[in-house]
Write a protein that binds this ligand. Structure first.
Ligand code: NAD
Length: 302
């Protein structure tokens, strides 16, 4: 298989990340199918893709015409058989649970053509945790996106059983679709950036869950000193607090660590209230104009 043979992209899970990945691939001439178990998510996904497109037009990154062409290349379905039948590559973005991911790939394996490449956008799991369940471990690897509204860096991370040919193919596919791939030599929980950043998230949550400082002040300190446009809690809102909770809860349960459990519970309060961050317009901050973007937020800090 050559990179130019990858034409049809199947996105599995059309939430925060599936929408972004689908739109990025469509911008670079791929035919994209968004698949989700929830019909209402597919409708929301197309609304949000339109919003992402409008933002990119406003920022001068794409033209209206290019956006419309890309959107016309995206179709949606809740029928897995239909979605899988002509996929050249799968990008999976279902919730962060190795059992669920393994089950979804196992089903896809029976429905996709033999040549289909399987990739997971997992944030913190290792592909080897569910490689066997995919039924085609040699054609499976992690292909991980950050927020495409902020950066085009992507991680390409094989597990020990991935064939090097597929690592190269996915790297070339990333380049062909306007991305900057970082190929990891071996598996790493959180890849490169998230590995470094998970420490910051955990520290920020520990400070807040122990009521040492307010959420806004923790972000203020980070933004003021690092000259950053966003702090850890603003970033967690953009990730989605349900996803942040899933990740924290997974490791809290796995390790039994008391502080990790406290941090997961701190995030859970927001999730229980349906405050999931940017996607529900409320999380640690209220959107579309969160406090940390106001001119006064860093007032007095030099
Ligand atoms: N949010 C981020 O910033 C971010 C960044 C990088 C990677 N990730 C990873 O991407 C994955 C998805 O995260 P997200 O934030 O997009 O989640 P999300 O909750 O926004 O979306 C998940 C989607 O998957 C769908 N889904 C659930 N079960 C399914 C199934 N069996 N088949 C098909 N669809 C199913 C849900 O209906 C939902 O639409 C996770 O593994 C996460 O760790 C997230």
């Amino acid at each position: 298989m050559k990179v130019e043979d990858i034409k049809n992209v199947l996105i599995v899970g059309s939430g925060t990340m599936g929408q972004q990945i689908g739109f990025q691939c469509a911008l670079y001439d791929c035919n994209v199918t968004l698949y989700d178990i929830k019909k209402e998510m597919l409708e929301k996904a197309m609304e949000r893709i339109n919003r992402i497109a409008n933002r990119m037009i406003r920022e001068g990154r794409i033209t209206q015409e290019k956006a419309q062409e890309a959107i016309s290349r995206i179709k949606t379905t809740d029928d897995m058989k239909q979605a899988a039948k002509d996929a050249d590559i799968v990008s999976e973005s279902v919730p962060e649970d190795p059992k669920l991911k393994g089950k979804v790939f196992g089903e896809l394996n029976t429905l996709c053509p033999k040549h289909t490449i399987f990739t997971s956008n997992t944030s913190t799991l290792l592909p080897s945790m569910f490689a066997e369940a995919t039924g085609r471990p040699e054609k499976f690897l992690a292909y991980h996106f950050h927020d495409i509204r902020m950066t085009n860096v992507v991680d390409v991370m094989p597990h020990p059983g991935t064939s090097p040919e597929y690592v190269q193919l996915v790297k070339e596919f990333a380049e062909r679709t306007g991305l900057a791939p970082i190929v990891l030599h071996k598996e790493s929980i959180g890849y490169v950036f998230n590995y470094m950043f998970s420490g910051l998230f955990e520290s920020a949550l520990t400070l807040a869950s122990r009521d040492i400082a307010a959420v806004e002040d923790i972000d203020r300190v980070w933004m003021g000193i690092m000259r950053a446009f966003i702090g850890p809690f603003g970033l967690m809102d953009s990730v989605g607090l349900d996803t942040v909770w899933h990740i924290n809860n997974y490791w809290a349960q796995k390790t039994g660590d008391k502080q990790k459990i406290r941090n997961a519970n701190f995030v859970k309060q927001y999730v229980d209230r349906g405050e999931l961050g940017q996607k529900t317009r409320k999380g640690f901050y209220t959107y579309p104009n969160p406090l940390f973007t106001s001119a006064d937020f860093l007032k007095g800090i030099k």
